[in-house]
Design a protein around this ligand. Structure first.
Ligand code: DI6
Ligand code: FE
Length: 407
């Protein structure tokens, strides 16, 4: 579509997520001026400066404008699927039992190693398209189903390639410490020092790594093992984040906070000291209700403690073939509200401002002069409608870097 490079969106409500008296930073009769890939001005239509009145105007006919949504935790690139395991779980097996029996993550590792880079891209695209269809303009994608140098790098290259094929920003996260590959069973340190850390260095040298993650859990790596990976990340100047306290309390949060982690994710079993440490470190709590729902976890993350200690909360899909085969960020918002009693305002902040923060991106996640023109236009009037509905997609149009992308 050929667009003007300078235009004004008007006739809309804008949830700027900028604070102020309204919790959504809502401007009821808003105008948003876009100058190429940036927002040039935002405010009430009546206050639109004279010099912008000559720009082409696009009437949004009363629709709601929000920042483009951000999925800050996904495992979008992988081979195969785990529908069979889903069926086994429904016949009584637990997630941990399946993982210990060589199923779970290991079966996805086999399928991912067997896939070419092109196949990884092709299988990820429909999942990415499902996110984009809901107004998502930034997606974080992790490696972690290769567990060898070649496949970890192939996953990250596939992730980078996605951004060339669709109007979306992809950030990449190295998750070599996701699970133990079968040939290193019982030899975590050897795997980390011989495979994972060298793979991280190689991926970084190729410019494939925006952040480093790990899975700190009794079925994966201990906090002191993750520490080895984080030491390498620190040496390379890479920010860290961590899957922590998802199934049990392992102390990963305290470790991550010591490294000033961008985010700590899952957190069902986090304690009050963890929330305090995260607040001090400025780490975002990434809440992943899709995994909680899928594995039928019963311990909810301590949302009240995050509120009490001022820990910013994000929400994400955790899209992965095992514990969260979910490609709907709107569904994650609904689940965050219904399962964890997050407010619709916390949910929308969690997929915009706080999600941007979890990725270290200060140029998006809100509607303000100077930030990227990544916007979602919705056929709703109240922001709460985005969390309230189940399985309904009210997206009208997305704007990515100032370019209009019809649904
Ligand atoms: N935690 C999760 O929920 C996913 N990874 C992780 O570290 C599970 C990934 C999978 O089961 O394939
Ligand atoms: Fe995850």
């Amino acid at each position: 579509m050929s667009d003007p490079t300078q235009y004004v969106l008007s006739g809309c409500g804008a949830a700027t997520m900028q604070g102020g008296p309204d919790p959504y930073g809502l401007i009821p009769d808003a105008a948003v001026a876009i100058d190429r890939e940036r927002i040039a001005w935002v405010g009430r239509s009546v206050d639109l400066p004279l010099h912008l009145r000559g720009w082409e105007s696009i009437d949004l006919e009363g629709r709601l404008l929000t920042p483009g949504l951000i999925d800050c935790h996904s495992h979008l690139v992988f081979g195969g699927d785990r529908a069979h395991e889903f069926e086994l779980r429904l016949n009584g097996a637990s997630y941990e039992e399946l993982a210990r029996a060589g199923g779970g993550i290991a079966s996805t590792v086999t399928a991912t190693r067997a896939a070419s880079e092109g196949e990884l891209v092709a299988s990820a695209l429909p999942r990415l398209d499902a996110l984009i269809a809901e107004g998502v303009t930034t997606v974080e994608v992790k490696s972690g189903y290769g567990l060898d140098r070649e496949t970890e790098l192939a996953m990250l290259r596939a992730a980078r390639r996605l951004a060339q094929l669709r109007p979306v920003t992809i950030t990449t996260t190295f998750l070599g410490a996701h699970a133990m590959p079968p040939d290193y069973e019982g030899q975590a340190e050897a795997y980390l020092t011989e495979v994972c850390i060298p793979a991280l260095r190689a991926a970084h040298a190729e410019g494939l790594v925006d952040a480093v993650d790990g899975f700190c859990e009794n079925i994966a790596f201990s906090a002191s093992q993750i520490d080895l990976v984080f030491q390498c990340a620190a040496e390379l100047g890479l920010p860290v984040k961590l899957h922590a306290e998802q199934l049990s309390h392992q102390g990963g949060t305290a470790l991550a906070a010591r490294y000033g982690a961008r985010s700590v994710d899952h957190l069902e079993y986090a304690h009050e000291e963890d929330a305090v440490a995260m607040a001090k470190a400025g780490s975002v709590a990434v809440i992943l209700p899709g995994a909680y729902y899928t594995i039928r976890e019963t311990q909810a993350p301590p949302i009240d403690l995050f509120r009490k200690h001022g820990v910013p909360m994000a929400l994400a899909t955790d899209c992965n073939p095992g514990s969260s085969p979910m490609t709907s960020l709107l569904m994650a918002m609904n689940m965050g509200c219904t399962l964890f009693r997050m407010t619709p305002q916390e949910a929308l902040t969690g997929v915009t401002t706080h999600a941007a923060r979890a990725l270290g991106l200060s140029d998006r996640g809100r509607i303000a002069a100077g930030v990227r023109a990544d916007l979602a236009i919705w056929d709703v009037t109240r922001p709460a409608e985005l969390s309230y509905r189940i399985g309904f997609n009210p997206l009208h149009e997305t704007i990515f870097e100032g370019q209009r992308c019809s649904r």
